[in-house]
Design a protein around this ligand. Structure first.
Ligand SMILES: Cc1ncc(COP(=O)(O)O)c(C=O)c1O
Length: 369
């Protein structure tokens, strides 16, 4: 079988090696992670928990699940902790062993990789770029669920920032129900959406037997190297997934960090305010750069089309990487083509540096300066 290369943003190790850079000197816009660093309370919890590594971690992740349950107002029986949301995507496909999975594209590649890892077939629904958005016909999506046993929807969608309303998702869930199809809604970036809770299905979890929601703490609390996320669903689904997992996949430090992070409301508010202000700055600035077309960012990342500038995303990535700036060339996203890159929203001084670097890369290309 032909194996696809698994490409992601945030691979600072590879870039450091390739361009002879120190990892600390790389400014990473390719992974959509909080630019505020790890919250103080989380660092404190990590230090205080170092001694616990002499024991196996709690296989039930009880304190973490209880903290999530209190935060969301649901039962801990509906929550399964994972070594990042990524582990849970693989557990879902192991549980369903899908014959046919519906995936809107372009989207987060791990859905496809996970389905392929168990030999499942994929049915792609192409998001259509119109105006400033990538969108999908919900009716077509619902029809596509005929004969499918699994579907993934990323809300907001990485990398297009497409947002699905609760109403649209409920239509999809009803269609999924009629077709015995499990619908996975990945809310990994929903905390970065203004009024995000209006789009969340967390309060609908008991209304649908065919719904699983994914959440991640790695983006909002800047913990991608520690790994922690969770799934929410009905008790049966959660128990089935639990029985498939490595009981100790979520290490003690990640569990302690998760509990501490959830207690920290101030950091989240500061981060959201920063992201909402800075994404507008980036959007307005990039709009002014010749040949670049930004798509309106609904979360903490923004997709940009380079076609009118006459340069591919891989080329731009290359020029910027040499200066220690990392953007996500989106060529590897299925259904995306060669002219899109994605950037994370970072702090103002960092965003300014990116705008200047993009500007001079474009000038170099057009032979000006
Ligand atoms: C949409 C989406 N879901 C899930 C993940 C994985 O998150 P985690 O770090 O919690 O495994 C990512 C990571 O980039 C993502 O983009």
């Amino acid at each position: 079988m032909h194996e696809k290369e698994r490409i992601h943003g945030g691979n600072v190790y590879e870039v450091a090696e390739q361009y002879g850079l120190n990892i600390e000197d790389i400014l990473d816009f390719s992974a959509s992670v909080s630019p505020l660093g790890v919250p103080e309370v989380v660092l404190e919890a990590l230090k205080n928990s170092l001694g616990t590594v002499v024991h196996y971690p709690d296989p039930n992740c009880l304190a973490f699940r209880q903290a999530v349950a209190a935060e969301l107002g649901i039962s801990s029986e509906n929550i399964l902790a994972g070594n990042g949301a990524a582990e849970l995507i693989y557990l879902i496909v192991q549980m369903v062993l899908p014959r046919c999975t519906v995936i809107p594209i372009p989207t987060f590649s791990e859905y496809e990789y996970a389905v392929s890892s168990v030999g499942g077939n994929l049915k792609y629904i192409q998001l259509q770029a119109e105006g400033l958005n990538f969108s999908i016909s919900i009716d077509d999506f619902c029809k596509s669920l005929r004969g499918a046993d699994l579907a993934f929807i990323c809300n907001p969608n990485n990398p297009t920032a497409t947002l699905f309303t609760r109403n649209e998702l409920q239509k999809i869930l009803e269609a999924g129900n009629a077709n015995h199809c499990l619908i996975v809604v990945d809310e990994a970036y929903l905390d970065f959406v203004q009024g995000g809770s209006d789009y969340s299905l967390v309060n609908q979890i008991l209304d649908y037997d065919n719904l699983l929601i994914l959440k991640s703490l790695t983006k909002i609390y800047s913990l991608p190297g520690l790994r922690i996320g969770y799934a929410i669903g009905n008790k049966d689904l959660i128990n089935k997934m639990n029985n498939l997992r490595d009981p100790w996949s979520v290490n003690s430090l990640a569990q302690a960090a998760g509990v501490a992070a959830l207690s920290e409301k101030d950091y989240r508010t500061r981060l959201q305010e920063l992201v909402w202000k800075e994404r507008q700055y980036l959007y307005e600035e990039i709009k002014q750069l010749p040949g670049l077309r930004p798509y309106f960012p609904t979360a903490n990342f923004m997709l940009v089309n380079t076609h009118a500038a006459g340069i591919t995303a891989i080329y731009l990535h290359e020029i910027l990487a040499r200066t220690g700036l990392l953007i996500r060339d989106c060529t590897s996203f299925n259904g995306m083509g060669s002219y899109f890159f994605r950037i994370a929203v970072r702090k103002h001084s960092e965003n300014m540096r990116l705008i200047q670097a993009l500007d001079s890369a474009l000038q170099q290309e057009s032979g000006v300066g």
